[in-house]
Design a protein around this ligand. Structure first.
Ligand code: NI
Length: 258
């Protein structure tokens, strides 16, 4: 059984003091790849440094909608330069966050960043990791007007099953995390059930979103097997089959051989 984590933040301060131990723990849990996701310039740099040090770690780099403070669009030139590193396999996480930002004047300025980083990913022929929180409609509109060239995943998919179908028709992948193990997570469970077989991915978003039985504690990529097993159960397939499906999707989108 081959495991991977398509979205984690090993570059988060929560992990930095014990990174060595954390990565050993992940390897013991069977993880063959972890995509460490940046959210601003500094965390993107750290993602690359970690990926340089550990063969199992890959980097995604980009500016998250919540982390634009003090940055200008021309700072994306730094992301472009950093993307030349061979361990950079995606641009992300980028997108729209309407959960924390309710006013139009807080939401509108997120859009040019999302669009510019889609263009950057297209220029570099890299896939994209998308953060879309309570912003389904605008995310869909932007992706229709600015299609991705090398694929994209809606990380921690939290939209409706109906929107999933629409995004799937546009060629997107869907990342599912710890919340699919929560009892009351009706919509995410349904999304796992109906997600096309060639579009489903697994991730932790650690240090956030711990699956049961670690809910409330710090999450780790080492918890991936708990999420995969919940997925297998929801889709009514064996653990091995679920593993093969996820592996081939991961290898296709990120062009990494596990
Ligand atoms: Ni994340």
């Amino acid at each position: 059984m081959v495991y991977f984590d398509s979205h984690c933040h090993l570059n988060d301060e929560a992990f930095l003091p014990n990174l060595e131990e954390e990565i050993s723990r992940c390897k013991e849990a069977g993880l063959k790849a972890m995509v460490c996701i940046g959210y601003d310039i500094e965390s993107s740099k750290r993602a690359i440094e970690i990926a340089e040090k550990y063969p199992e770690v890959y980097a995604a780099i980009g500016v998250h909608p919540e982390n634009r403070d003090g940055l200008e669009l021309k700072d994306l030139d730094k992301i472009r330069e950093m993307a030349a590193h061979p361990k950079v396999i995606a641009i992300g996480e980028i997108g729209l966050d309407y959960h924390w930002y309710k006013k139009p004047e807080e939401r509108e300025p997120q859009k040019p960043w999302f669009i510019a980083q889609i263009a950057l990913a297209n220029e570099l022929n890299l896939p994209v990791s998308i953060h879309a929180r309570e912003a389904t409609q605008d995310t869909m509109e932007i992706l229709k007007a600015h299609p991705v060239k090398a694929g994209a995943v809606l990380h921690c998919y939290s939209g409706s099953p109906e929107s999933l179908k629409e995004f799937a028709a546009m060629g997107l992948y869907f990342g599912f995390d710890g919340p699919i193990t929560y009892k009351n997570a009706i919509a995410p469970k349904e999304c796992v059930r109906i997600c096309p077989e060639d579009r489903i991915l697994v991730e932790t978003d650690s240090p956030y979103l711990s699956p049961v039985p670690f809910r409330g504690k710090q999450n780790s990529p080492a918890h991936i097997p708990f999420i995969v097993s919940a997925m297998a159960e929801l889709r009514g397939v064996s653990l091995e089959m679920m593993g093969r499906i996820l592996q081939s999707n991961f290898e296709r989108l990120f062009r990494v051989k596990l």
